[in-house]
Design a protein around this ligand. Structure first.
Ligand SMILES: CC(C)(COP(=O)(O)OP(=O)(O)OC[C@H]1O[C@@H](n2cnc3c(N)ncnc32)[C@H](O)[C@@H]1OP(=O)(O)O)[C@@H](O)C(=O)NCCC(=O)NCCS
Length: 175
């Protein structure tokens, strides 16, 4: 077993591990049962929420630089998921991703949570982080821009589909 996913805090949010508690499973069912969310993710998950939680735990257990967080608002409601995980080509490229419930869109939560996860990634020694977005997903493209990620154009490099690719490089270390 790897280490427990650590808590990340931002001004308005608490990022913690998703759990198999009934409240978390209900929220996952709600978020990933919505077409307005899953249409941008290549469709709904192929496994039930408890299995999603187990898979996300395994991502962190295999390599603790990675993780999948539940993004909790101050009122305790989980806004959604923030992920940092390897892209599926096995050459070590890493993606950051954000999936929020529509009741939490429009507040800057995705950008705020992503900043914390990307900062943690660089602190853990990753040299760069990618975001891959389906063309037409304007809100997600806007998150990439707000984060200051560099657009690299459209590529069909991952997931067998053309995606808008963004990259952020780790800040240079001055010694
Ligand atoms: C992609 C997604 C996370 C973007 O959500 P979002 O709420 O638009 O993004 P943010 O959380 O960064 O919020 C930015 C919005 O909040 C507004 N906002 C309000 N208060 C704010 C604050 N204090 N700080 C920053 N932004 C704030 C911004 O103006 C912006 O709104 P606008 O787009 O109308 O200008 C969301 O649309 C989603 O979950 N979609 C479905 C899943 C998905 O597509 N995931 C990405 C796959 S690549």
């Amino acid at each position: 077993m790897g280490a427990t996913l650590e808590l990340l805090r931002t001004e308005r949010l608490r990022l913690r591990a998703w759990t198999a508690a009934p409240g978390d499973l209900a929220r996952l069912t709600d978020i990933y049962g919505r077409d307005e969310v899953t249409r941008w993710l290549g469709g709904p998950p192929t496994v039930p929420p408890a299995e999603l939680v187990a898979r996300w735990e395994a991502v962190h257990a295999r390599d603790d630089r990675f993780g999948c967080w539940a993004v909790e608002r101050r009122d305790g409601v989980v806004a959604g998921t923030l992920l940092l995980k390897p892209l599926p080509n096995g050459v070590g490229e890493v993606e950051v991703g954000w999936h929020l419930h529509p009741d939490s869109w429009g507040h800057g939560y995705a950008t705020e949570a992503a900043r914390a996860v990307v900062d943690r990634a660089f602190a853990a020694g990753l040299p760069e982080v990618y975001a891959v977005v389906r063309p037409g997903n304007a809100p997600s493209l806007a998150v990439c821009r707000r984060l200051g990620m560099t657009p690299l154009g459209r590529m069909t490099r991952w997931y067998d589909v053309e995606l808008e690719v963004f990259r952020q490089m780790a800040p240079a270390v001055v010694d």
